[in-house]
Ligand binder design. Sequence first.
Ligand SMILES: O=C(O)CCC(=O)C(=O)O
Length: 348
Amino acid sequence: MSTAGEPVTVQSIAQTGNSVVPPQYVQPPETRPTTKTTQHHQNDAAEPSPLSINLGDEDTNRLKEEIGRACRDWGAFHVINHGVPIQLLDEMRCVGKSFFENCDMEQKLRYSCDSTLPASEGYGSRMLVAENDSVLDWRDYFDHHTLPLSRRNPAKWPNFQSDYREVVAEYSDRMKVLAQRLLVLISESLGLPSSCIEEAVGEFYQNITVSYYPPCPQPDLTLGLQSHSDMGAVTLLIQDDVEGLQVFKDGEWVTVRPLHGGILVLLADQTEIITNGKYRSCQHQAITNSERARLSVATFHDPAKTRKILPVFEPPVYHEVMYGDYVSSWYTKGPEGKRNIDALLLTP
Ligand SMILES: O=C(O)CCC(=O)C(=O)O
């Protein structure tokens, strides 16, 4: 599997055709996908899950009400008529997929991230840096550092396909505008001044992670990505047409059916702190399947590491935290669902 010190990638394991996954990818019984996870609440005609919200709605009161309801009930919602060209979403999926499927391993390894550093830019397989990462995710990824512009260096991104770098840069800019608009709507849905959450977050640090989940011979024993909530403020996610993303709601895992042209908004932990828990971050995970590879593109909008984050409502129910300290704890202790945000509760 690993030759001459090459890092082991999930794709290279999958390509061996072995019918058994290596033991380090086997989840303990309590975190394995269960049969409940295959439910599709979106088939319940009255209430798609998570809600799909039309950002083109001219009735702004209705729009804010819907956003408020989705944030309270799910911590996640799809948006449609969001202003980002669907062709750009398709191009982003397409260039991401072609890196994993059309480049040979030698080309891919030229972009390897530094696996000893958390959230290092480039191609990799391991999310955490600590030994806590003892059960591995069935996933490879490419992480791009995209904003602020001082972090954006397209020379670190693949260029085997002529438009790869242009597509990622354009996608980054459009996602930033959408994230800003969403934070305005989310603030207003709580009766806060429009700029309240965005000002609390400060300048966006944006990363774009393309996740690639090869077919897995034992999907019942593995997770593509372990249960977690995102660390920052808000994540905008698109996926291809292969199911696999699940959100945790009311004690069970609900599969999010892909919505072509839609963008999934996931509230992240700093928004939970800023809103003092009125809106909770969304716990989610990815499961695998034995038939088809799956791809998602997650765009994270985070505060600067030096930013102090605290609730805007009184009395606060979360400790204030320096974002950089939060990130370090997340990477060294591991996400384990929402343990890091729960640890900040003043009365757990
Ligand atoms: O693949 C997915 O749908 C989930 C990706 C995700 O949660 C992440 O990149 O943090």
